[in-house]
Design a protein around this ligand. Sequence first.
Ligand code: AMP
Ligand code: GLY
Length: 422
Amino acid sequence: MKVLVVGSGGREHALASQLLQSDTVEKVFCTPGNGGTARLKNCENVSLLVDDFEGILKLIKEKAIDLVVVGPELPLSLGITDYLQEYQINVFGPNKAGATIEASKSWAKDLMIAGGIPTAKSETFTDKESARNYILQEGVPIVVKADGLAAGKGVIVAMTQEEALEGIEELFAQNFGKVVIEEFLTGQEVSVLALTDGKIIRSLIPAQDHKQIGEGDTGANTGGMGAYAPTPLVNDELSDRITKEILEPTLKELQKRGIDYRGVLYAGLMITPEGDPKTLEFNCRFGDPETQAVLPMLKTPLAEVLLACAQQRLADLPPLEWHEGSAVCVVMVAGGYPSSYEKGKVITGIDQVQTEGVTVFHAGTKLLNQEIITDGGRVLGVTCRDADFQSAIKSAYEAVAKIKFEDMYYRRDIGHRIMNKL
Ligand code: AMP
Ligand code: GLY
């Protein structure tokens, strides 16, 4: 099989490298890929933008590609799947209608309400005045969310009335049109990524991300500073509840709306202090950096599973098999991220740490004159898989300590929420 991975992040490097471990995969192409995929054996970067559908179609035909795996939400929400399916191409990733589950928070909320899917109480507003009044009436803390795709910057968790009102001003000034205001939930956040072919849904092992830049979960929200899987915060019983109360009813609601959803349904969940799962958000794609922790744990050949989703025959496959133990991914970022940061710093030490169990997934990097240089905010994700969480985290941080670039930063407390519970 020849597979095309669309995207350029750490998630796409993890996808490409896991796909290449399937015996049936002969070659992987990445559009546009990054410094890591450029150096991966049997992988080739092709410099096309993720929304250049015509260019991508031409490449698929030229190289006789059998399966397209779409990483980011942008091309999905622009309809890359609809476009390629017109040419009978196997695509893993939902169509435009399905991607609305991530692209519109209000649409996702309506779907959750219709399906009786547990989530925070909320209201959607199209005018500023009513939104302001609602905040004054409900009080704080409260959560204000932009309705459209906002690259992780559309959610304001407001602890004070001023923050909430400012959030409203900001989002309406940015012309989001609609704003969702939601009840503030407390508890433990987990990410459950599930694969679906539009007919059945199977969840992957549960992961926990670390969204904030600072240790102890403080400071600005980022794309994700590290993840580990599986998380013991979701035991088998809770996992069954998540499938029955959230994943399956969501798929059923999508089906009711006539949506043929083939790809990842990512449920961002809050496990409340009472132990109940509530949905914070849905994404229509693999999480980043959750993927860099979850996929290295998968024993079943990934290519077969993704192709089965694209061809609507997931039910024919045996249950997914997983390695014993745990995987941890620590993200290394450029100083200043998630605000402004510099690019073009030389990275050293990567090759020295790639030993048994350790993989360095590249995100914002590029290959220049045989050197790997920084090319984005999130630069690398260092993943270690080991017999247990404690050993995995220890080895991941030992590897991180050997990698260097100017002004680098990483959180030293990935996994802190479970560290003392194991
Ligand atoms: P979202 O993009 O909707 O997942 O929101 C981004 C982040 O904001 C989440 O990962 C949570 O940390 C936080 N968040 C979102 N909704 C809520 C909520 N209802 N209560 C508390 N925190 C929330
Ligand atoms: N790690 C969060 C996300 O992928 O949206």
